[in-house]
Design a protein around this ligand. Structure first.
Ligand code: NAP
Length: 282
């Protein structure tokens, strides 16, 4: 499918951005649907972010994704921030127009990926390991659908900050944080879902795991690792060996992209095509 003079434009802005799977994923989707659209990567340092946002708008881009380190600062550069992005404290998707709006599709992408694997956390006890940016999206998603969420993180300050922000939105009994030392007791209480939102296990530290080796992984739980490079992290391999169900982070990546794609194009995203395009690069 040729790119014509009428092509619609989208892209991803990060620093660095070369590792991003989004260009491959979105361009594969445009091609599969015969859409005259282009999605390009833009490496933009923090001090040029404001110029870049104004530039994309001036060039007539329909939308763009923003990744590390811009997810927080980009919210100060738009006309409108969605309630979810505001609550999570990060935006990854912009829509340009008369008013430029910022949204977060990580949380909704995470929920869609849970649905894909038949996981319904409503009313269930869920453990979230980590309290960084990705944890905020996951906690927001789980608490929004009525899960009981326990956050365990290495640094107490970061979990306290997460609780201080998101705790205003959800009943205290449904959203708690505990020290990492409580993990063994929490695991023994058979959580429905355990989500790793830390970067442990990701390349290059592939032999690290957020789960202590002396704590058995409950066999009746679903272990979800947000890390997708590699797909089979040490944590997921050990979860499988314990009899637990293992879910990798590629589903969330694809669905956060699919929701952005649908917002920009108004067309249902071909998630199977997007999934395959990512797999080719992993
Ligand atoms: P972040 O904000 O930097 O947070 C990192 C988290 O990892 C913090 O909770 C940090 O704990 C913890 N951590 C790091 N090193 C640790 C160690 N040695 N021991 C214990 N805890 C450690 O990063 P992020 O943006 O949330 O991203 C986290 C991971 O999620 C990355 O691997 C990223 O690729 C993945 N992710 C995946 C998707 C997806 O679509 N699948 C989307 C977003 C992110 P402290 O607070 O104690 O430092």
């Amino acid at each position: 499918m040729p790119i014509t003079g009428r092509a619609r434009l989208a892209g991803v802005v990060g620093w660095p951005v070369a590792h991003s799977l989004s260009p491959a994923m979105h361009n594969a989707a445009f091609q599969a649907l015969g859409l005259d659209w282009v999605y390009a990567p833009f490496a933009v340092p923090p001090e040029r972010l404001a110029d870049a946002v104004r530039g994309l708008a001036a060039l007539g881009f329909v939308g763009a994704n923003f990744t590390i380190p811009h997810k927080q600062t980009v919210m100060d550069l738009v006309d409108e921030v969605s309630p979810a992005a505001r609550a999570i404290g990060a935006a990854n998707t912009l829509v340009f127009g008369d008013r430029t709006t910022a949204d977060n599709t990580d949380w909704s992408g995470f929920l869609r990926s849970l649905r894909d694997v038949g996981c319904d956390p409503a009313g269930q006890r869920c453990l979230v390991l980590g309290a960084g940016g990705a944890a905020r999206a996951v906690v927001y998603a789980l608490a929004s659908v009525g899960a009981d969420v326990v956050v365990l993180n290495r640094s107490a300050e970061r979990s306290a900050a997460l609780l201080a922000d998101l705790g205003q939105l959800f009943p205290a009994a449904r959203l708690r944080s505990l020290p990492l030392a409580a993990l063994a007791d929490e695991a023994a209480a058979h959580p429905y879902l355990v989500v790793n939102t830390t970067s442990l296990g990701m390349v290059p530290r592939v032999e690290t795991s957020p789960w202590p080796s002396d704590v058995p992984i409950p066999a009746d739980t679903t272990v979800y690792d947000l890390v997708y490079n590699p797909l089979a992290t040490r944590f997921l391999r050990e979860a499988k060996a314990s009899g637990a169900r293992a879910v990798d982070g590629l589903g969330m990546l694809v669905h956060q992209g699919a929701i952005a794609f649908e917002t920009w194009t108004g067309v249902a995203a071909p998630t199977d095509v997007m999934y395959k395009a990512c797999l080719a690069y992993l």
